[in-house]
Design a protein around this ligand. Sequence first.
Ligand SMILES: [Zn+2]
Length: 217
Amino acid sequence: MFNCRCWGLGSPVAIYLAASGVGKITICDFDIVDLSNLQRQIIHEEKSIGLNKAESAKIALTRINSDINVVAIKKQLNIDEVKSIAEGVDIIVDCSDNFETRYALNKIAFDLKCPLVSGAAIKFDGQVSIFDFRTNNSPCYNCLFPSNDEEQNLKCSDHGVFSPLVGLVGSIQAGEVIKVLLDIGTTLHGKLLLINHRDIDFKILKIQKDKHCEICS
Ligand SMILES: [Zn+2]
């Protein structure tokens, strides 16, 4: 289990996985908790301000469930370090706030044949998907959003996010993780859930595998 940056989504994901008894959760963040984070990063509290975010999250998760093993990595990682941490995990959850991390996690998950649960939220719009690389014909994040596109790198820290939306997206991500771990139900594998929270609009689109994708084809 591996999680990375952006505690808007990471908070509900980590809280539900810890409460559900997921045995080992590895969290990575080099950033420090700031007052401006507390509106959406609900794992942190006022007295966490000034603490490293991974450390603050570890304290909160251990309070919820003292039987699980929470590993907090408090530095910025290069791609080889991320890959070595991700080796041997059952599932990777992308809760990041930038495309560079998203593409890196997609490549690592594809190389390791590890399921990747991807989530994003900005303003009133959210999305969730699973790329289950245990199957040979899974599309990948790069099929959906090719890295050679001139995509604007929107961040919730720059553009704002409706704070309950990150709870909604993160809860769905946590649910997808638990379903994959328990092998139950129907997941969002090969599908993209789009949410508009302002108008309560939910859509599920099928993701086509790109035959020319530079990562998975
Ligand atoms: Zn692809």
